[in-house]
Design a protein around this ligand. Sequence first.
Ligand code: DLL
Length: 433
Amino acid sequence: MADDQDILTMPRDQIAELQVQKLKRTLVHCYEDIDFYHKSFDEAGFDPYAFNSLDDLRKAPFVTKQDLRDGYPYQMVGVPRSKVREIHMSSGTTGVATVAAYTQSDLDNWADCFARSIEYADGGPDDVAQIAYGYGLFTGGLGAHYGMLRSGATVIPTSAGNTERQIRILRQMGTTILACTPSYAMHIADTAIGMGVDPAKDFHLRAGIHGAEAFSDNFRRELERKLDYKVLDIYGLTETGGPGLAVECLEQDGLHVAEDHFYVEVIDPATGKNLPDGEWGELVVTTLDREASPVVRYRTRDVTRILPGSCACGRTHRRIDRLHGRTDDMLIIRGVNVFPSQIENVMKAFDQVSSWYQIELTTKNYLDVVTLKAEVNPSFDIDDIGQIEGLQRRIQAALKAALSVGVRVKLVEPQSIPRSTGKAKRVIDLRKE
Ligand code: DLL
């Protein structure tokens, strides 16, 4: 990986120069080969042929998920169908999916980006990687698969689900790297413990490559304690080509963006204006060398910030902070903006509750009611009504003090909140029903 090493530690001015060169090609490719961009650039008065510096990109219009949906199935694809090797799709929870198409070169770059997570974990051919992200249209399974193969690791493609078999394979095959969502990793750990297995001793894990959903630092520490390994966060989304856009290194101090393949900006979601490094806002992504499904200034709706300064690992690619969640997951509780992760952060001060929670939204007398259901730890006696009520009141008061919102707290039995083999469902919105 000598070339990759050079790219990862390239001086900042050379990275910027590389990005400008790649952007020139991408912008012209989009303008000439995808009608949508031709029209939207013209309407915004943006001339892709005049593009000459990274700041010029700020004049380009944004592209949204709705734009990509409107282009379903092939209108946003910029190469002839015969050049498309693979297609993935977003889950399309609200109906129409978005399409991510890959040429061979796109697949190669994707593998490189994901393989960095193994490299950052100091992994390689000595590793046995168990991939428990779902295989299929979701980009987690196959993205991890291509990346792990590229890194030289031995791949065991278990896909998500069949947890007891996952545990058997983890024990018997000497798995050293587990790739799956963080909530599924926790479910695997808890199930193993319930079966009398001690994952810290009976598994051989070294690293977990966990992403596809937000998880708190507390959740990470609990996973690391139970599985005795190091958890590295990985981020990406279908619309920009799947996991590997940004990956944490062993410093666990932000996620390095693959800046040779992506250009990122952070904007104020209300005004669309660029924010300085260090300020939280919406992440906007431009792909630098995707052929089949390039995106220019894609509004991810994910909330993060660009971390100022450099990483102790010595790599020069800029880092984004761990993601708070999506602007569309943000709850507006009686006028106050709250992310589920902020509620989770308040809960972590209470040893008696576990990391499993769900936020239920209902309406009473035309007002939103937010109920936090949180599982108590098995050592806590759920039948002791006096204790439970006292604890509920204390958590409620802490939420009020930290977030200025009134949230009803309902403590529930261990294992009573449904587990998922993919992304955990943290918010249940019952208001429209
Ligand atoms: O979740 C891609 C992926 C697969 C990433 C495996 C990492 C590992 P989508 O299903 O399109 O793609 O969902 C993308 O998931 O916009 C974020 O809101 C969220 N997300 C992804 N990674 C993280 C992360 C995949 N590390 C959406 N932290 C994104 C927080 C994440 N949220």
